[in-house]
Design a protein around this ligand. Structure first.
Ligand SMILES: Cc1cc2nc3c(=O)[nH]c(=O)nc-3n(C[C@H](O)[C@H](O)[C@H](O)COP(=O)(O)OP(=O)(O)OC[C@H]3O[C@@H](n4cnc5c(N)ncnc54)[C@H](O)[C@@H]3O)c2cc1C
Ligand code: FES
Length: 276
């Protein structure tokens, strides 16, 4: 993983909602103007207030929600970031009710990013559900270094996120849906197995999505003696190592904090059986 000393320091700022658009299924695309945004390495995330900030402090829900920085839009001043999110519960439902001009508290960028693939080496990126949002910047930057295959999976076509954006990067895009409404009928990890078995070896493997999906990607990589970087999507309360709410067991018996030591880990370092 990348040295934390090189990473941009986090901001704590009220960002302005520029657009918050429904994108089918329960997916939304939030565009925020973030004054002073320093940029974010692929895999880093922000903590967003659960909905617009009014004059009074919100107590229900109180805690911010972690969201991947889907991408930074370079040309705008102040800089703008996009977040792709799925309405899962109360916090994201309130976020979905925000409109252009509202203010949303942003803390970030946070966490340890993905380590980039060695130049010239093929990168295999596997994203499931909301985990797709953590992979766009990685795909964009990896594509400048070598060939990239992006494998995206969801229950149905309507639940897929960002497919057109990935396609526009010129990467090879493979899709799997559990109901067969788009691409391969089945799980996205089956695409990973096929790609590895047909490949020349030496690919850099990345996965982000629901825990069972990442556990399976880790198994597939390990069975072939390969390493794999995963980005864990645990629940978080603070996002910067204070509340200990995101603790996960490591394979060596120690404890890691997903927000501070991750969210990106080598899959072999994670004690998968102990994950929530
Ligand atoms: C580093 C990181 C990056 C993330 N990036 C994105 C992203 O880009 N887009 C996106 O849509 N989501 C992302 N998530 C997940 C997102 O944080 C949760 O979906 C969100 O916090 C749910 O909040 P809520 O109040 O709507 O739901 P809650 O009411 O808190 O929960 C609703 C349902 O979602 C489940 N849930 C809550 N939090 C999580 C979680 N962290 N992971 C999995 N299930 C959860 C609960 O168990 C419950 O079933 C990310 C999580 C992490 C840790
Ligand atoms: S979310 Fe608080 S320590 Fe990680």
């Amino acid at each position: 993983m990348k040295e934390s000393a090189q990473l941009a320091l986090p901001l704590r700022v009220d960002a302005e909602v520029r657009e918050n658009r429904a994108e089918g299924g329960s997916n939304f695309r939030l565009r925020l103007a973030v004054a002073g945004w320093p940029g974010a390495e692929p895999g880093r995330f922000v903590m967003l207030s659960p909905g617009a900030r009014g004059a009074a402090l919100r107590f229900d829900p109180l805690l911010p929600r972690p969201m991947a920085v889907y991408r930074t839009l370079g040309v705008a001043a102040p800089p703008e970031i996009e977040v792709l999110y799925k309405v899962a519960g109360r916090g994201t439902r309130l976020l979905a009710e925000t409109h252009a001009g509202d203010r949303v508290r942003v803390v970030g960028p946070l966490g340890v990013p993905f380590a980039m693939p060695v130049a010239g080496r093929r990168a295999l990126l596997v994203g499931g559900g909301t985990g797709i949002a953590s992979l766009y910047e990685l795909a964009a930057r990896a594509a400048q270094r070598g060939p990239v295959v992006v494998m995206l999976g969801a229950r149905s076509e309507a639940e897929l996120m960002g497919c057109d954006d990935f396609a526009a990067l010129g990467v090879e895009l493979r899709i799997a849906t559990e109901d067969g409404s788009r691409g391969h009928r089945g799980r996205v990890t089956e695409l990973l197995e096929a790609a590895l078995d047909a490949g020349a070896g030496g690919e850099a493997i990345y996965a982000c999505g629901p825990t069972p999906m990442m556990r399976r990607a880790a198994e597939i990589a390990a069975l072939r003696g390969r390493s794999c970087q995963v980005s864990l999507e645990n629940r978080m309360a603070c996002g910067f190592g204070v509340c200990l709410g995101c603790a996960v067991p490591r394979a060596d018996g120690s404890i890691a904090l997903v927000c501070r030591d991750g969210p990106v880990f080598e899959a072999g370092q994670v004690a998968w059986a102990g994950l929530p």
